[in-house]
Design a protein. Structure first.
Length: 345
């Protein structure tokens, strides 16, 4: 048998196979921007960053095509923004400020380098307001039978001398507060799944989440006792905080509605069209990357934070309640399929 040609005829002229690994890296690096903390950037075996605090916040998320994004729903720039936001929000949830990203890329050889440049642009645009940038990473060819792109992003951050805000610090009597919006990404996903592209506000929220980055360090300065990023759904992530702290988290439904669904907007519009309850998205929708935190009683909440409940003792074990009712039961009552996203379910 004659060997298969190295370059299939349907490869785009600027495919990864044609340009090559180092050609791809050069094009991506050209769009990566610059991080304030960088001493040695892309190009050597590793980057070197300044860490004035002496400690480094580190977190990683993996985005898989067909699971976390679809190229027919999102532009390359959208994917870059989303990949960065998922990680930058985790740094903020520790009370830190992001300094740099490392990006691992797995892609088929026929992937367009123009598409990868778009991803790099999205990553850079999401990082730039924080003074962060992509400082390194790796590129690998996907398996021969794989047609999916995989992005693994690691974010690094600085605590500026403050103690990290953990999930395990909530105490009975604390105030439960929210920064950012909930339900918008899930609503946008519901719209896209039905083949529509409007209301554009919720579709764009799914494509490019807008985490309240500054709210994390502000909460730390204000004395937040516990904090987490809401990536899998309010009830699910509040459940993680409750379990780690050994407390009962009680969400005030009226306060949550005021914070997330007033004045009425696109969530109510889409829910009415689909015959659903917008509160289902607010309680269980993920990928908005809002921040959830607890504060000592009588704390003046920083700008952008709104009280939505309280922390109580958990004599019968930690959990999440909504107006004293089991969170899972409330989720079921509003038509949600669970309390949030569960990997491998």
């Amino acid at each position: 048998m004659r060997p298969r040609p190295l370059l299939p005829r349907d490869d785009p002229a600027d495919s990864v196979r044609v340009v090559g690994e180092f050609g791809v890296i050069a094009r991506v690096v050209a769009r990566s921007g610059a991080a304030r903390a960088t001493e040695v950037g892309p190009g050597d075996d590793a980057a070197v960053l300044r860490a004035p605090d002496g400690r480094v916040v580190a977190t990683t998320d993996v985005l898989v095509e067909g699971v976390h994004f679809r190229r027919d729903w999102s532009s390359a720039e959208d994917v870059g923004h989303k990949a960065a936001a998922a990680n930058l929000a985790d740094v903020a949830a520790m009370g830190g400020v992001a300094t740099a990203l490392l990006v691992g890329l797995v892609c088929p050889p026929d992937t367009s380098t123009a598409w990868l440049e778009g991803v790099a642009t999205g990553l850079a645009e999401e990082c730039a307001p924080l003074g962060a940038a992509v400082v390194g990473g790796d590129t690998v060819a996907a398996a021969p039978d794989s047609h999916s792109v995989v992005l693994s992003v690691t974010a690094l951050g600085d605590l500026a001398g403050r103690a990290p805000v953990l999930r395990s610090g909530a105490r009975p009597g604390d105030v439960l507060a929210l920064a950012g919006r909930l339900g918008w990404s899930a609503c946008g996903l519901a719209v896209l799944r039905r083949g529509f592209s409007s209301p554009i506000a919720v579709v764009q929220a799914h494509r490019r989440p807008t985490p309240p980055y500054a709210a994390g360090p502000a909460a730390a300065v204000a004395g937040a006792t516990a904090m987490c990023d809401v990536s899998d759904g309010l009830l699910a992530d509040a459940g993680h905080l409750a379990a780690d702290s050994g407390v009962l988290v009680d969400v005030d439904r009226a306060a949550l509605v005021r914070a997330t669904l007033e004045p009425p907007g696109p969530l109510q519009q889409v829910a009415a069209a689909l015959g659903g309850d917008p509160l289902a998205w607010v309680l269980t929708g993920g990928e908005d990357h809002a921040l959830l935190a607890t504060f000592p009683p009588r704390t003046v909440l920083p700008p952008g934070w709104t009280a939505i409940g309280a922390v109580r003792a958990a004599p019968n074990g930690p959990g999440v309640r909504v107006d004293g009712e089991d969170g899972a039961a409330v989720a079921a009552a509003v038509g949600a399929g669970g309390t949030g996203h569960v990997h491998f379910r």
